[in-house]
Design a protein around this ligand. Sequence first.
Ligand SMILES: Nc1ncnc2c1ncn2[C@@H]1O[C@H](COP(=O)(O)OP(=O)(O)O)[C@@H](O)[C@H]1O
Ligand SMILES: [Mg+2]
Length: 251
Amino acid sequence: MTTQDILVSEGLAVGHGGNVIMTSIDFRLAPGRILAIVGPSGCGKSTLMRSLSGLDLPLGGRSEVLGLDLAVATATEREGTLRRLGFLFQGSALFSSLTLRENVELPMREFLRAPRREIRALAEYKLALVGLADAMDKMPAEISGGMAKRAGIARAMALDPDLIFLDEPSAGLDPLTSGRLDELILKLRDTFGTTIVLVSHEVPSILRIADFCVYLDPDAGRMGAYGPPRDFLAAGSHAKAHAFFSQARIS
Ligand SMILES: Nc1ncnc2c1ncn2[C@@H]1O[C@H](COP(=O)(O)OP(=O)(O)O)[C@@H](O)[C@H]1O
Ligand SMILES: [Mg+2]
């Protein structure tokens, strides 16, 4: 008996409107692992995330999320699976007219049949978890970029997802704040066993937190390499992935 993989991609092709931009995505991700998707801007990282989650359908190959084969799943099945996923979209903002607590309560109100008081307590718990216990009644405009990311992660965790997608969570943050975010991501994984897929350009962060890495090669239009990030520090590994990891290491 093996534990069921959370994500399975076999020769997966992704893109927009029938237009394929990235092919040959091949990897499996076991529960509780952290996967980083890396590659140059515009190569299809966000597009791949949407396809892995089932928000978009595969344009070829096979893709499974939480045991659901996306090519044959019904819309109802996909919707059921989506409820077990959490998202922090690239550049995603909190609702500016709601407090942080109300932002986290929103998905709970939509999907949980629970009394208001209970939802409030759950939202407070999630915000405390990301270190925002003292800021729950603040408006998004009153907090820093790092705090907003953490609130966004609390919102992504609102429904206790099995898998969360974090699209460039550390973009625009200073190194110290970004380091704290790494710790938070590891804490979520260690506390809840949540599987995490993230897009990042921060090599030190990827080396620190990711178990595996998918490197997308835009020139070839396909996945260039897959493996533990440390493997790409070695000369003789995939040339472009190696360049990505070693170049940023110097800086
Ligand atoms: N909704 C969309 N419709 C059509 N093309 C898109 C859409 N979103 C992104 N693209 C295109 O797909 C390519 C990959 O985009 P994206 O996945 O956002 O890249 P990355 O996240 O790696 O920066 C880009 O050429 C982008 O212009
Ligand atoms: Mg993107």
